[in-house]
Design a protein around this ligand. Structure first.
Ligand code: ATP
Length: 319
């Protein structure tokens, strides 16, 4: 393969730029031409494509977001949109594609591969909700951003002797809540993978108060409920003054952590190595600190498990 393309799709995640840089520089190193596609599959259909070189990815390692922009495209899901995309790729002479994004983006990548266009996916999403990989690009940065927020909220919560319920991202995966709840010493962690037991949570808050604890932090994954509603319920049931904080998009931004930059760089390199060998329909992953790759279809059908051990440990340590 001598000409490849790269795009970012779905929600942005810190470290996507490091992945783009690794794809571009590895390709150039291997004597390939590389094209950047703006605005995800939308931009692909619209032909928003330009050649990238070593300098076009300079000074981006430390930047959050994605220099290629990202978008969601309903048109790409249609047969007509798919044909258009493949036709554009042919016009530019692009022979293989790297898609950096989440599981939705990988479904798009699979569709392209099934139509004979080799495509490789790199997991870039703060939610860490892709089953085949132990970590996705952006997760480490996001949990450090959330931890910083928890620590700041902790100062005011303990000063006022309140309970604060902090809503973090994670519609179907509670990883952000588990890891930050653990690292932030939260008194409770509510995730979509576990049944919601508000009575038990309130009982724990009251027990803590009876032992002399004057404030509590509860981390709530958005998929497990709404912080504003829980605020009212917890205040009613515990009689303790309770506040809600919804962290929102702040969790997506910021300079990527060293761990995310290194992960993204390793994954970007591996993706180009696959395309160089004409191998498509793969998702790049990390398992046991090794960069590996899997068939997209098989990877997408894997059941997702959450880190129950860490969740249990956090419960034990937050008594
Ligand atoms: P995040 O996890 O951050 O939400 P994502 O990659 O899962 O990222 P989605 O919005 O689910 O985000 O998907 C991104 C894009 O991938 C969609 O807008 C669409 O263009 C494409 N896509 C998703 N599902 C399919 C599909 N079944 N067939 C073709 N394309 C798809």
């Amino acid at each position: 393969m001598k000409k490849i393309g790269v795009l970012t799709s779905g929600g942005d995640a810190p470290g996507m730029n490091a992945a783009i840089r690794a794809v571009v520089r590895t390709a150039v190193y291997k004597g390939m031409q590389v094209y950047g596609i703006r605005r995800g599959f939308n931009g692909l259909i619209n032909g928003e494509i330009s050649q990238m070189d070593v300098t076009s990815v300079g000074e981006i390692l430390h930047r959050g977001g994605t220099i290629l922009n990202t978008a969601r495209s309903d048109q790409f899901k249609t047969e007509e949109g798919m044909k258009k995309a493949i036709n554009i790729l042919k016009v530019f002479g692009i022979e293989g594609l790297v898609v950096i994004g989440g599981d939705g983006s990988f479904r798009g990548a699979r569709e392209l591969s099934e139509r004979g266009f080799p495509t490789v996916g790199i997991p870039g999403t703060i939610d860490n909700d892709i089953a085949c990989t132990e970590q996705s690009i952006g997760f480490d940065t996001a949990i450090n951003t959330v931890l910083d927020a928890i620590n700041k909220i902790r100062d005011t919560v303990s000063s006022h002797e309140r309970t604060n319920i902090i809503e973090v991202m994670g519609r179907s995966a509670g990883d952000i809540a588990i890891y930050t709840g653990m690292a932030g010493g939260a008194e409770g962690i509510l995730i979509p993978e576990m049944p919601l037991d508000i009575d038990n949570l309130c009982k724990r808050i009251i027990e803590g108060r009876n032992r002399g604890k004057t404030s509590s932090i509860i981390i709530l994954a958005e998929g497990a409920g709404k912080a504003m509603e829980m605020e009212r319920i917890i205040e009613e049931k515990t009689g303790m003054e309770t506040r809600a904080t919804v962290l929102g998009y702040i969790q997506r931004g910021g300079s990527p952590s060293a761990a995310d930059i290194i992960l993204a760089s390793r994954m970007g390199y591996h993706a180009v190595e696959l395309l160089e060998k004409n191998i498509g329909n793969r998702i790049v992953s990390i398992r046991g600190n090794k960069i590996v790759d899997d068939d997209i279809m098989e990877a997408l059908s894997l059941p997702r498990s959450f880190n129950q051990e860490l969740y249990n440990l956090a419960q034990v340590l937050s008594i």
